[in-house]
Ligand binder design. Structure first.
Ligand SMILES: Cc1ncc(COP(=O)(O)O)c(C=O)c1O
Length: 385
């Protein structure tokens, strides 16, 4: 018997990377030494103090039972406290904070709570695919993509966006472009959302992964009233992608709707992980990144610098991104072809077209390789380009 997918699943675009991933796998099996800049998954381990903390928490039977689907009270309090210190924003830990099983889950589920079938959801192009797909399409909503262009620093022209959408996703520091924004941009975006009655979903998953003197703001710092929800994550800040733990903060009605959806789908993030959030965010002092995060950032910054210098030597025009561990590289010709050429040298990059039409002509490189491997990749690139 063959079971047909539901229509909404059929609407998902074809997975563009299937072919290239197959080729990578084939090369691996052939014994080719692959240097992978493809996936945005930190290669560095979770800081030791967090791992040791979780180990101890696992020994507490109190942590073995169902968590509260609203999120543990202590964890919500810790997140509210962190927002106060880190962003100078007051939030009510009871009504304005939700704990997520990774921010991806919340970014998708927020649509289920607030978007009706057929309504428009605005999503950047290029972007993290979850907004348009896991969010809009799987809610039977209509994703409307808007361009992020280099001449605007990959910031959207809010005034050009359709005013009849239910929701807009924005994300800075940005995946895949590495672009960042300032408070002034967020203020404009917030004003536009209030004027047009559009919910602002601000994805701040990379808020702590920033370099040089840039510190990422929160959309809640400038929110011009209700209607903003911000998503954050432990994944990149603390190298904890595999644990699946994040949070949402913002408008009490939006948080409440999100929690309502979640209460019907999941039973909350494991208590020992929620405790780890309390511990790790508690390590910030006066809003300043703790040493374990600074150490991480220093590694990524050095890798970024080595990669940028090497790519410039190869003739690419590229600026060091101030946020995220991605490098958005303008290439000659179609991005899939460029990626295939690099793959012939055992170097994996992500073709930009996979993030949307405006990603064509770019590839994304995640600096999830040690400096020696980056240098080796640059040498290999010099031979095939
Ligand atoms: C822009 C952006 N937002 C959210 C996420 C999801 O992070 P997580 O679900 O691990 O919290 C990612 C992951 O790569 C991302 O790139």
């Amino acid at each position: 018997m063959v079971f047909d997918y539901a229509n909404r699943l059929k609407l998902l675009p074809p997975y563009l990377f299937a072919e290239i991933e197959e080729k990578v796998e084939r090369k691996r099996k052939e014994g080719v030494d692959i240097i992978d800049f493809g996936i945005g998954d930190p290669d560095l381990p979770t800081p030791r103090p967090i791992v040791e903390f979780i180990k101890r928490e696992l020994d507490d039977p109190g942590n073995h039972r169902y968590p509260s689907s609203a999120g543990e009270a202590d964890t919500r309090k810790a997140i509210a406290q962190w927002y106060k210190e880190r962003f100078k924003v007051d939030v009510d830990p009871n009504g304005e904070v939700a704990i997520l099983i990774g921010s991806k889950e919340g970014l998708a589920n927020i649509c289920r709570a607030f978007v009706n079938p057929g309504e428009k959801v605005l999503a950047p192009d290029p972007a993290y695919p979850v907004y348009a797909q896991g969010g809009a399409l799987l809610t039977d909503a209509v994703p409307v993509r808007f361009p992020l262009l280099p001449e605007r620093g990959f910031l959207p022209d809010m005034e050009s966006l359709p005013t009849d959408a239910r929701m807009v996703y924005l994300n800075y520091p940005n995946n895949p472009t590495g672009a960042v924004c300032d408070e002034e941009f967020l203020l404009g975006a917030s004003r536009w959302c209030i004027e047009t009655d559009t919910i602002l979903c601000y994805d701040n998953a990379y808020s702590e992964m920033t370099f040089d003197d840039y510190i990422a703001p929160s959309a809640l710092q400038v929110a011009q009233g209700d209607g903003t929800i911000e998503f954050g994550s432990m994944s990149k800040t603390f190298n904890m992608t595999g644990y699946r733990i994040g949070y949402a903060v913002g408008d009490a009605d939006l948080i409440s709707g999100l929690k309502k959806v979640k209460s019907q789908i999941d039973s909350g993030a494991p208590k020992f992980l929620q405790r780890a959030v309390t511990m790790a965010l508690g390590a910030y002092e006066g809003g300043e990144r703790p040493q374990m995060v600074k150490d991480n950032i220093a590694v990524y910054q050095r890798r970024r610098n080595v990669l940028v210098t090497g790519l410039r030597r190869l003739g690419f025009k590229v600026d060091p991104p101030k946020g995220t561990f991605y490098l958005w590289l303008k290439v000659d010709g179609p991005s899939l072809e460029f990626a295939e050429r690099l793959l012939s040298a055992g170097v994996v990059v992500t073709p930009g077209i996979g993030f949307g039409r405006n990603g064509e002509g770019y590839v994304r490189m995640a600096t999830t390789q040690p400096v020696e491997r980056i240098e080796e990749a640059l040498e290999r690139m010099a031979k095939v380009l």
